[in-house]
Design a protein around this ligand. Structure first.
Ligand code: MTE
Ligand code: LUZ
Ligand code: MOS
Length: 765
């Protein structure tokens, strides 16, 4: 069987040898021009005058385009169309594109872009989510989900905990930046190579911007050097600008953002500010919960609505909350328009309840793990989420129990306490946190996919599907599914670039559903071909079609064993169709956005991690000593790839919660727009002792080979790092006070929290 085995990534050797073709590696056609964007230097202003003469006069410049040069719609936004490609008299953030320069080289275009003389008339700017809420400045109407009677439950609760929390945003930091290469073709045709998670959306945006139909535009992506959500919608600006430039010049145009421009222009993970109040009993059981979240959406809606919805639907994380009142608002701010980033609001929703449980435990003088376990969803009761979905696949109690034992949690807790008693400066911390993550797009109609499988006369197989490869291994998994279906070895199957002229109307490769959806669609396509081959074999050799078996490159029919390619060659001569489309739509999903109830998810993925840290209380520096993590990938399609995904998500989430700090100056300019000032994790930040395992658990839903999604959920596992740090900090005060700790918990923030704890302890003494 080709599925369920550890197989290397289909491009791994190309990646390592530098042989993998990314968009910038595509051989340039003769006459190719290069574009750069001219950016706003103001957070919120009217443009009263713009002098582009110095730009036009700059070396190598061929053309300079403004909003008046866009043939069609000036819009590159998904869902709600409030994202101009180029500013039309009004700029809404520092970094907003105002014009496009096209030159004979990338460097000449970038140099010229700086020479514009723009006169602005400044307007008041809103920069933070709190300020947006104070001004009631929102990109969408605020949302609210209630269940039960929180008011009455608070009245009954013997204890309450109340506070605020801020969790910062995060730059996607894909290694390959945003890029598009647009090639004008005959009769208004346009072929665009785009580094995108969403070729169909790029096709729509380009067609609208050029005033064309979708059939004029082909978008292609062989692979991305990472997307992480940042290329779900926001590849559109670059694709549209390159296409506009190509139409206006009649030449192929490449637009490649350098890192600073990429970070200044594009949106990031949404930061969140929370005000929470939770009522609980003597044992630590949550009785009532209220949370009011506001996020920095940026100047436009982009995907903020679905992101906030996912935050609301993940506030429960793994816990049953009987009486809740959850509010979320998308603050309109004069900053980059925040967008998808691995987890898509889920991590932001779930971390708030984990913060609260951590406080409850400290207030009661209990181990936080005990308080967490006490509040877990049940199996037969206490198993309905606040949004009304019944959880039928809950494995969190046994998964956490397995991890607790396997990681030796209790003994290590005692060892940490012993260590801290005798170590005045270095303090250790330990935490175990669980995750539950809903799988499916929370926008129901997006849960569909298509595929196209070709079997050639020589028995080789080509698969094309609507998903995009960004390093996560979707092609490898889809190839495994096709090989399995046709009973051939993996080496016989090859995957092609994603191309809108092969499979149409595709969804973004996002919400961790890429392999779930496209795997099913490819299985459908391959299954149809296998059925035709079986029918043909039975006709030729006797027996029933249903008795024909495909395995190990051989077809077993009526006591005969034929090589696969032999049957294929015979079938061709008999005029059997050897290619097929395939389609899949996830069943059983529904959602009412007004009441925020329904069944938005097909199933849930689960996991948990234990992290142990040591903190230097004089400098705030720390080290991650050991991680044990268990992730429920269902019946994994490819354990090697899935473990890689868990590792990557863990380290990426750890960066979000500890070192990656976005900072805008008071004028609204993002100052952390390069790796020199924005610290992503390095190899040296990875724990030396990193124990990742998959939890054996076939999906109860009929997912592709009973596997579960893996792309985003493990990003919640490094909550354990954040709470281990908080545990180490709180040990300074004998665990008697709750250290206020926002994310990212930078060394500075850790020192502040230690000072708070020492101050509180001093005040008591
Ligand atoms: N892994 C790599 N190497 N690169 C990426 O860009 N993106 C993540 C995740 N894993 C990403 C990744 C995100 S945000 C998602 S939604 C999923 O992969 C998408 O792919 P899948 O649905 O096929 O898992
Ligand atoms: N919903 C979701 C979405 O859960 N994840 C996504 O990535 C997404 N993208 C667009 C719209 N809804
Ligand atoms: Mo992933 S944030 O859904 O692209």
């Amino acid at each position: 069987a080709e599925v369920g085995r550890a197989r290397k990534h289909e491009s791994s050797e190309l990646h390592v040898r530098g042989g993998a073709t990314f968009t910038d590696d595509i051989a340039e056609l003769a006459g190719t021009l290069h574009a750069a964007l001219g950016l706003s230097s103001r957070a919120h202003a009217h443009i009263t005058a713009i002098d582009l003469a110095p730009v036009r006069a700059s070396a190598g410049v061929v053309a300079v385009l403004t909003v008046a040069d866009i043939p069609g719609l000036n819009d590159c936004g998904p869902i709600i169309h409030d994202d101009p490609i180029l500013a039309d008299g009004l700029v809404q953030y520092v970094g907003q594109p105002v014009f496009i320069v096209i030159a004979d080289s990338h460097d000449n275009a970038r140099r010229a872009a700086r020479l514009a003389q723009v006169t602005y008339e400044d307007l008041p700017a809103i920069l933070t989510p709190q300020a947006a809420r104070a001004a009631q400045s929102y990109v969408l109407p605020p949302m609210r989900l209630t269940r039960g009677d929180a008011e009455a439950a608070f009245a009954r609760a013997p204890h309450t905990v109340k506070g605020q929390l801020y969790v910062g945003g995060q730059e996607q930091f894909y290694l390959e930046g945003q890029i598009a290469y647009a090639i004008p073709g005959e009769d208004r045709g346009m072929h665009v190579y785009s580094s995108t998670q969403h070729p169909s959306e790029m096709q729509h945006v380009i067609a609208h911007a050029l005033g064309l139909h979708s059939h004029h535009v082909t978008v292609e992506c062989r692979r991305m050097g990472g997307g992480f959500g940042g290329k779900e919608s926001q590849s559109a600006l670059w694709a549209a600008a390159a296409a506009i430039a190509a139409v206006r010049t009649g030449r192929p145009v490449k637009l490649r953002a350098d890192r600073d421009d990429d970070m200044l222009v594009t949106g990031k993970r949404h930061c969140f500010h929370y005000e929470y109040e939770v009522g609980y009993d003597e044992e630590g059981r949550i009785l009532a919960a209220r949370v009011d979240m506001v996020t920095r959406a940026g100047y436009s809606a982009d995907l903020s609505g679905p992101v906030a919805t996912r935050a609301v639907c993940h506030f429960d994380n793994a816990y049953y909350l009987s009486d809740v009142d959850i509010r979320a608002a998308c603050g309109k701010t004069n900053t980059q328009s925040n967008t998808a980033f691995r987890g898509f609001g889920g991590p932001q929703g779930a971390i708030a309840i984990e913060y609260v449980l951590d406080e409850i435990a400290r207030n009661l003088g209990r181990d936080a793990l005990d308080i967490r376990c006490l509040n877990f969803y049940g199996k037969q009761e206490c198993n309905v989420t606040p949004y009304g979905q019944t959880i039928v696949d809950n494995v969190i109690p046994e998964l956490v129990a397995e991890l607790e034992t396997g990681s030796d949690y209790r003994a290590r807790r005692a060892a940490v306490e012993d260590y801290n008693r005798t170590s005045p400066v270095l303090k250790k911390g330990l935490a175990l946190t669980p995750l539950k993550f809903g799988i499916a797009f929370n926008v129901t109609h997006l849960n569909q996919a298509g595929a196209l499988v070709h079997v050639y006369v020589d028995g080789s197989i080509l698969v094309n599907h609507g998903g995009t490869e960004m390093g996560q291994g979707i092609n490898t998994k889809v190839m495994q599914v096709v090989a399995h279906e046709l009973g051939v070895e993996l080496g016989r199957v090859r995957a092609t670039a994603t191309n809108t002229s092969k499979v149409s109307n595709t969804s973004a490769t996002a919400a961790s559903t890429g392999a779930d959806l496209n795997g099913k669609a490819a299985q459908d396509a391959a299954g149809k071909i296998r059925a035709r081959l079986a029918q043909f074999a039975a006709q030729q050799y006797g027996g029933a079609a249903s008795d024909v078996r495909f395995a190990a490159g051989t077809v077993f029919v009526a006591g005969l064993a034929l090589p696969f390619e032999e049957l294929v060659a015979k079938a061709y001569l008999a005029r059997v169709q050897l290619w097929s489309d395939g389609f899949y739509a996830t069943p059983g999903l529904h959602w009412d956005p007004k009441t925020m109830t329904g069944r938005p998810f097909s199933y849930f993925a689960y996991g948990a991690a234990v992290s142990e840290v040591v903190v230097d209380t004089l400098t705030g520096e720390w080290k991650l000593l050991r991680v044990d993590a268990l992730y429920d990938a269902g019946r994994s399609l490819n354990p090697a790839i899935d473990i890689g995904q868990v590792e990557g998500a863990f380290i990426q989430g750890m960066g979000w919660l500890t070192t990656e700090e976005l900072w805008w100056n008071p004028a609204g300019k993002l100052m952390t727009h390069a790796p020199s000032t924005y610290k992503i994790p390095a190899v040296s930040d990875c724990p030396e002792d990193f124990r990742i395992a998959l939890f054996d658990n076939a999906n109860v839903e009929d997912s592709i080979h009973r596997s579960k999604a893996v792309g985003e959920p493990p990003l919640l596992l490094p909550f354990s790092v954040f709470f281990a740090l908080r545990d180490a900090i709180s040990s300074v005060g004998g665990h008697r006070v709750n250290p206020p700790l926002n994310a990212p918990a930078t060394s500075e923030a850790i020192l502040d929290a230690i000072a708070f704890v020492e101050g509180a302890a001093g005040a008591r003494a």
